[in-house]
Design a protein around this ligand. Structure first.
Ligand code: SAM
Length: 222
């Protein structure tokens, strides 16, 4: 069993969260052919959803070439090659010109740079009145809400995923699949080692599912 198979399985369950990507996108005003930057796009669950939701040009950046390769296959399969591109690039080294994008999208990636630093550094990349949509952990939501105007944005909206969404919609279904794979690969030590790593992540969430809630913040550059 390759690690790729597990990434595919995770991707399958990650798709469940596309409804929240859609909900956040629908909170933005309608934009004609927006230029969108998806920061830390991974294998592209949000990127593909954004391509379906808009008629815009999208660039997905990530440091993992293997995840970008997966996204590139999806882009081709879905017929989005003319307007969705990927770029292997660190979010610490983005050298796009100022005011390049109408929308910046970041699901599960702003923690890498920090909420406040991300807001401040990414602001220059947005066109005047452009939008930043961030999906991030919930623990410090009130602090984050205070930081938004200080970092040069207006809060358009925000919403929290149901408290147990990550457990019931992602980790529990993933655990059931992993249990099946444990049976299938019970004599394959390499496979069992990979599965154990995923099971450890699941166990961490299982101990306190509500601690793993997250929220979307929909902001506009002011
Ligand atoms: C939690 S995943 C989120 C993936 C995707 N946005 C999603 O919602 O499914 C975080 C992603 O950030 C990427 N990442 C980690 N460090 C990064 C960096 N310095 N620059 C760009 N991407 C990075 C990882 O490779 C991973 O794909």
């Amino acid at each position: 069993m390759s690690r790729d198979l597990l990434v595919e399985i995770k991707d399958h369950f990650r798709e469940q969260f596309s409804k929240y990507t859609r909900k956040a996108f629908q909170m933005l005003p309608k934009l004609e052919k927006p230029r969108i930057l998806d920061i830390g796009c991974g294998s592209g669950a949000p990127t593909i959803e954004l391509a379906k939701l808009s008629d815009g040009e999208i660039i997905g950046i990530d440091i993992s070439q293997s995840l970008l390769d997966k996204l590139n296959s999806k882009i081709e399969e879905e017929g989005f090659s003319s307007r969705v591109k990927t770029m292997k690039c660190s979010l610490f080294e983005m050298d796009f010109p100022d005011e390049s994008f109408d929308i910046i999208w970041a699901e599960g990636s702003i923690w890498i740079i920090g909420f406040e630093k991300g807001l401040k550094e990414w602001r220059r990349l947005l066109k005047p009145n452009g939008f930043l949509v961030v999906h991030d952990e919930i623990k410090t939501v009130s602090n984050k809400l205070k930081k938004i105007p200080r970092c040069g944005y207006k809060l358009i909206n925000h919403f929290q995923l149901p408290e147990d969404a990550w457990w019931t919609e992602y980790y529990r279904p993933l655990e059931i699949r992993i249990e099946e794979l444990y049976m299938k690969y019970k004599n394959n030590s390499g496979a069992l080692k990979i599965l154990k790593k995923y099971q450890d992540e699941i166990d961490m969430v299982k101990r306190n599912p509500k601690e793993h809630s997250s929220a979307f913040f929909i902001m506009q550059k002011s």
